[in-house]
Design a protein around this ligand. Structure first.
Ligand SMILES: Nc1ncnc2c1ncn2[C@@H]1O[C@H](COP(=O)(O)OP(=O)(O)OP(=O)(O)O)[C@@H](O)[C@H]1O
Ligand SMILES: [Mg+2]
Length: 227
């Protein structure tokens, strides 16, 4: 296991647009997250939370500063290297669920396993087990358009955790859920994190969820106001 922080962000600036339209969304942000930590990110809409999570997930670049994940300097990686690195180490739950519409729930959850060349039989078994954890066993052959928003969200979480990544990044994963399902979903993510020492970073507007994490980072207007 890696020693030191699993996620290290140093003095990162992120600017969208150019010239008069330039918008500095992250302002010299520095942050370290240890292996196995469960952390929440809160802050007003537009503060830069999704932007920050996308950077950590190696889904988007930044303008200056340094980012290392699992001791690896991300800014020096090629696009192909990053894709493989993400598939092996990071599970992402997006603010909008991002399931592939032409595939069933089961096929969506199998996808990260197939990408890493797991056999189809094994992938199916693991994906079905992940879906059953969320009480959606009877829905796994439905496509996203045939599922409710909350069901899609739970399938998206199953997809993020199925490969047992080192890091799970979740952007408002309970936005579409009622209290009971919101609790079920966070219970599963957090207990899996604790049991398998997975690092979890969750963006949330829900104080109850933030209260169940070990540390809350508050982002306001592109600055971290407490760590
Ligand atoms: N691709 C983009 N191009 C230009 N501006 C962008 C882009 N993506 C986000 N922004 C702007 O950057 C700022 C931060 O956006 P971000 O999505 O990180 O906010 P957030 O904290 O996640 O908000 P929310 O709670 O509403 O999801 C916003 O002002 C947004 O309009
Ligand atoms: Mg957001």
């Amino acid at each position: 296991m890696e020693e030191g922080p699993i996620i290290r962000i140093e003095d990162i600036d992120k600017i969208y647009g150019e010239g008069v339209n330039a918008l500095r969304v992250l302002k010299s942000v520095s942050l370290e997250i240890g292996a196995g930590e469960i952390v929440s990110i809160m802050g007003p809409s537009g503060a830069g939370k999704s932007t920050l999570l996308n950077l950590i997930g190696c889904l988007d670049g930044f303008n200056s500063g340094r980012l290392s994940i699992l001791g690896r300097d991300i800014s020096s990686c090629s696009v192909e290297d990053l894709a493989g690195f993400r598939n092996r180490h990071i599970g992402f739950v997006f603010q909008m669920h991002n399931l592939l519409p032409e595939f069933t729930a089961l096929e969506n959850v199998m996808m990260p396993l197939l990408i890493r060349r797991c056999s189809k039989k094994e992938a199916k078994k693991m994906a079905a087990a992940a879906i059953e954890q969320f009480n959606l066993g009877d829905r796994m052959h439905h496509r996203p358009s045939e599922l409710s928003g909350g069901e899609c969200q739970r399938i998206a979480v199953a997809r993020a955790i199925v490969g047992e990544p080192d890091i799970i990044l979740a952007d408002e994963p309970t936005g579409n859920l009622d209290r009971e399902n919101s609790r079920l979903l966070t219970d599963i993510i957090f207990s899996m994190g604790r049991e398998k020492r997975i690092t979890i970073v969750v963006v949330t507007h829900d104080r109850e969820i933030a209260g169940r994490t070990e540390r809350t980072i508050t982002l306001v207007d592109g600055n971290i106001v407490n760590v």
